[in-house]
Design a protein around this ligand. Structure first.
Ligand code: 5GP
Ligand code: ZN
Length: 112
């Protein structure tokens, strides 16, 4: 069984407030939001980080990015939002399953 918390959310072994799901991607609310709306978009397949992505992940990465404005709109972020991918410990990554942060709706932190 995977020890990865995001794989567990994908498998339904851990709860997640899901906002979007298709064959390839899952999106859910961050458990510790830094803004009134804070979502995470992940590939269902376990990929550690952006560093591990290959040329054949181009489509998946594009779909992750294109999902961001759709989910932002659906969550009322009409004034804009921020997207972030933290990569590696030096990049502030804490969960080693690729994820795209999408957040906004208030005064944003200077980083994350
Ligand atoms: P990172 O620093 O790796 O880019 O961000 C990981 C994010 O995952 C953090 O914002 C953190 O709040 C979120 N997170 C960590 N554990 C869980 C969890 O069990 N459920 C959800 N929904 N989010 C989590
Ligand atoms: Zn995983």
């Amino acid at each position: 069984m995977s020890e990865c918390i995001f794989c567990k959310i994908v498998a339904g072994e851990l709860p997640g407030k899901k906002v979007y799901e298709d064959e390839e991607l899952l999106a859910f609310h961050d458990i510790h939001p830094v803004a009134p709306v804070h979502l995470l978009i992940i590939p269902k397949r376990h990929i550690v980080s952006l560093v591990e992505c290959q040329a054949n992940d181009e489509g998946m990465l594009g779909r992750m990015l294109l999902l961001a404005p759709r989910l932002a709109r659906e969550h009322g972020l009409d004034n804009g939002f921020r997207t972030t991918i933290n990569t590696g410990r030096g990049g502030g990554q804490l969960v080693f399953h690729l994820h795209l942060h999408v957040f906004g709706g208030g005064t944003l932190p200077t980083h994350l």
